[in-house]
Design a binder for this molecule. Structure first.
Ligand code: ADP
Length: 421
């Protein structure tokens, strides 16, 4: 075991795990801190927490518990993963969690670098850009939970940290890992413990990763991780792996469950139906009237599943969702639909489904919880940020968990076909 990661949300954890697998590390993602020791033979583990917007003290406690588990699993280096838009409030949680992990690991300095140039997140002079605009002018300005009104990460991080925050400017980053290390040393001598690091290109991320090879802790988005396998290769700790994304071959039936109402998912549901494949609609009003919609949908699907995959969808256009929400309440409607879809997932597994695509972040969370999934081995990528995964144990299930706006229009068809390719 080389790398132990702590991610502050579920889809962010998958994004990081996906990057590690693509760079040649066998990676397991756990849902929360496991109760049992690590059993899988992997190079990296990503513990997915749900700590982005909870109280700072609770985020610290959960992150330290994850760290303890990862230490016992034998990790040599640790990674605290947050969002590429640095989603946090002035009270935390990035600063407090980073400081607590540094203290637990005896780290003198740690980077803070959410840059992910592939996704148009770049940092210059400590200012985070989303595409062409500063973070504070991006959509993140209006985020319901973590509005970001300042693009200057040195200021943002300083406001939520006790330690001194400094900057490794792009001039040092562009000069390579030795120059970055020299800057770390200079900052350390000024008493800086958290260093925001500029990054504009993937080459910058590789240089930053190389400069952090001996850091006990890295705090970053998922971008910096692309350079870490190279460090382990150079140190002779990680052999080249052609099988990093390998998953067990699992025969069985297939299905798709869609609870996301994003534009992309609406397109994916339309594509599925346009291709003439079977689809069963889940109507929130019917659930609200007390009909056992899940049981009926499973009965309807029973005869269809042997012939090919079936789609179950609550996915609807924005106007329709607004009507449902106005009548049933936003939270109530969401919970009702999630519960019905999670029960459908349980029924499908009992019916012999072993390949399941789930659309929607919250929906995926509900399904994974209902199925009692504790850990997922990360497999090959389907679309950027979305890999196939496999549950652990004697009877693995293959899961593709797709959040909101991810995936091409033919994602449902493509992901299932990929398994037989
Ligand atoms: P995304 O990743 O696109 O945000 P989520 O699953 O996280 O998708 O969130 C979608 C939410 O909308 C879920 O709580 C789901 O139960 C709810 N939902 C799904 N279909 C409907 C619908 N027709 N009307 C109202 N809410 C719905």
């Amino acid at each position: 075991m080389l790398l132990g990661c702590i991610a502050d949300d579920f889809t962010g954890a998958t994004d990081l795990a996906n990057n590690l697998v693509r760079s040649g590390m066998r990676t397991l993602q756990t849902i929360g801190v496991p109760n049992t020791p690590l059993a899988a033979d992997v190079d990296a583990v990503v513990v997915a927490l749900k700590s982005r917007t909870i109280a700072a003290a609770e985020a610290v406690a959960q992150s330290l518990a994850a760290l303890e588990w990862l230490k016992r699993a034998g990790c040599r280096q640790f990674y605290f993963k947050y969002c590429s838009t640095f989603d946090s409030t002035p009270q935390g949680n990035i600063g407090p969690v980073a400081e607590a992990l540094m203290q637990a690991l005896g780290a003198r300095i740690a980077i803070a670098c959410p840059a992910f140039p592939t996704n148009a997140r770049t940092i210059y002079m400590g200012n985070l850009f989303v595409g062409e605009v500063p973070l504070s002018e991006s959509g993140m300005r209006h985020h319901p939970l973590t509005p970001m009104s300042d693009a200057n990460l040195v200021r943002v991080l300083q406001a939520q940290s006790r330690s001194k925050v400094g900057l490794v400017p792009w001039t040092a980053v562009a000069a390579g890992d030795q120059a970055i290390r020299a800057r770390f040393a200079a900052l350390s001598s000024e008493g800086v413990r958290l260093a925001v690091v500029d990054a504009i290109t993937d080459a910058d991320l590789h240089a930053i990763a190389a400069a952090c090879a001996d850091h006990p802790l890295i705090t970053a988005g998922s971008g910096v991780a692309i350079g870490l396998p190279g460090n382990f290769h150079r140190a002779g700790l990680l052999p080249p792996r052609a099988d990093a994304a390998e998953l067990p071959r699992v025969p069985g039936l297939a299905a798709v469950i869609s609870g996301s109402c994003s534009q992309a998912t609406n397109g994916q549901v339309a594509h599925w139906m346009d291709s003439g494949r079977p689809a069963i609609r889940i109507d929130p009003f019917e659930i609200a009237r007390g009909t056992d919609v899940a049981a009926r949908a499973l009965r309807q699907a029973a005869a269809l599943l042997d012939a090919g995959p079936v789609l179950f969808y609550a996915t609807a256009a924005p106007e329709e969702v607004r009507t449902v929400q106005a009548e049933l309440g936003v939270g109530e409607a969401g919970a009702m639909v999630e519960q019905a879809l999670a029960r459908i997932a349980q029924g499908l597994i009992a019916r012999g489904v072993t390949r399941l695509v789930v659309a929607g972040g919250e929906t995926a969370g509900a399904v994974v919880q209902a199925l009692g999934v504790e850990a997922l081995k990360i497999g090959p990528q389907i679309d950027p940020g979305v890999p196939w995964t496999a549950t652990q144990g004697a009877h693995p299930i293959l899961l593709a968990l797709k959040s909101g706006n991810f995936g091409s229009r033919d994602f449902f068809v493509k992901s299932l076909e990929q398994l037989d390719a």
